[in-house]
Design a protein around this ligand. Structure first.
Ligand code: KE4
Length: 428
């Protein structure tokens, strides 16, 4: 594959945009080489600036569950744009998508729209602190909830896992209120709660992790968190920015039958336009301004174009629930095909999959938390990434990401992808 024009565009971009990208993971730092510049996309395919067609397994990191340039979504945005692009005033379509989202997801009575997953998670934590009148939060190593200060925390020293900033600009004052736990380790969470009695406002978790590669919760883990939260008056926040409206109509709450107190959304809910949201039962959401004291706001929140895209997307998913079964089957087919090829070539690997989320880890041990995810052989992953790219298949440019399956993929695309793995595996 030739990427000359992408490289030239990248050189230009770096002169005026830090790192040439508006979000770091796009810069290919984890895999090397210059990032691919996309010219356009349709269905399951990306068309880059050098005329290459790539089968897309990122789908804008999740939103394109029905494929790129999906006509009902595109037409809805065009129609809306003709009537104005932003008003900063309430519009009926915000109520329409709110009613639909509330009808699809368990345990939520009200929803507030914002402009990104980060904003949704940041606001959800502020709401939990305001509602419980407690300051500390528990998050999990390897889970990503966006770039709000409270989340950019790494494991501190010492057994009590006090957080410490993992980015300049995050203060020690902020970090002290974020406690870091190990994913899938209930005892660890319990010990942190015991060490911070009466101080923890919420536990925020990706109920199915997608930012360490795909890591499903082990049996009983989410149920255990629910019990701990009930016993200690802690709110359980499910960050469903990735899993919401993807793993089931009602997300992980529906799929695994565990109730959250607050749920955050992003990606699919906006149909590819900038939308995040957070939702909960009425007694919690009514603490939000202008009703209650917890402040949160946004000039472009509920933007009509974004609402039009999101409403078109959620309507199609709500009316055609068999879509979820179809993409799950495609993901299982891909899983089995890749696994057979890598086993035949004796390549040490493990594949995690749940619903339409899947990740390939070049490690022999099960990948159940950040530590085990980090054991993966990154040199082999880099070769795998570029080998697949050379075969016209675009997977996440990082071993700590999940592949996202789109309904637009055909079984021929899946076979082509499995064949690309077979060719790539020869050089691993
Ligand atoms: P955004 O602010 O990027 O819309 O959402 C933050 C976020 C929150 N919660 C979860 C579970 C997420 O996965 C994300 C964002 N996901 C990454 C991909 N792992 C976005 C890609 C990027 O950072 O460019």
């Amino acid at each position: 594959m030739i990427y000359k024009r992408s490289s030239a565009l990248f050189a230009e971009a770096q002169k005026v945009i830090p790192g040439g990208v508006n979000s770091p993971v796009r810069a290919f730092k984890a895999v090397g080489g210059d990032p691919i510049f996309v010219k356009e996309a349709k269905g399951a395919y990306l068309y880059d600036e050098d005329g290459n067609r790539l089968i897309d397994y990122i789908n804008s990191w999740g939103p394109m569950i029905l494929g790129h340039a999906h006509p009902p979504v595109v037409n809805a945005v065009i129609e809306k744009a003709r009537k104005g692009t932003s008003f900063g005033m309430p519009t009926e379509i915000e109520t329409k998508i709110a009613e639909l989202a509330v009808s699809m997801v368990p345990n939520i009575d009200k929803i507030r729209f914002v402009n990104s997953g980060t904003e949704a998670c940041m606001s959800a934590v502020r709401l939990a602190r305001g509602f419980t009148k407690k300051d500390k939060i528990i998050k999990f190593a390897g889970c990503y909830h966006g770039h709000s200060d409270s989340f950019l925390i790494q494991a501190g020293s010492g057994a009590v896992t006090f957080g410490s900033p993992n980015s300049p600009g995050v203060t020690e004052g902020t970090a002290k209120d974020t406690l870091l736990a190990r994913y899938n380790d209930l005892e660890n969470v319990e010990s942190i709660i015991k060490s911070n009695k009466g101080e923890i406002a919420c536990i925020i978790i990706e109920p199915v992790a997608g930012n360490m590669g795909c890591i499903p919760p082990v049996k009983g883990f989410l149920e255990g968190l629910r019990s701990l939260c009930d016993a200690h008056n802690i709110l359980l926040i499910f960050d469903e920015v990735m899993t919401g409206f993807r793993l089931a109509k009602g997300g992980v709450q529906e799929l695994l039958g565990v109730d959250a107190d607050i749920v955050t959304f992003g990606k699919v809910i906006g149909g590819g336009l900038p939308v995040g949201a957070f939702a909960a039962r009425e007694e919690i959401m009514n603490h939000l301004a202008p009703l209650g004291p917890v402040y949160q706001a946004g000039t472009l929140s509920g933007n009509p174009l974004a609402m039009a895209a999101g409403l078109a997307m959620l309507t199609e998913l709500n009316d055609n629930a068999e879509i979820f079964n179809s993409i799950d089957k495609k993901t299982e087919y891909l899983h089995k095909g890749i696994q057979k090829v890598l086993e035949d070539k004796n390549i040490i690997h493990t594949i995690n999959r749940i619903g339409s989320m899947i990740s390939v880890h070049f490690s022999e041990n099960p990948v159940v938390d950040f530590e085990s995810a980090a054991e993966g052989n990154n040199e082999i992953f880099k070769k795998f990434f570029h080998g697949m790219l050379d075969q016209g298949v675009y997977i996440a440019p990082s071993a700590f990401e999940t592949w996202f399956i789109t309904e637009a993929l055909t079984y021929e695309d899946l076979d082509e992808t499995i064949k690309a793995v077979s060719i790539t595996a020869k050089n691993l």
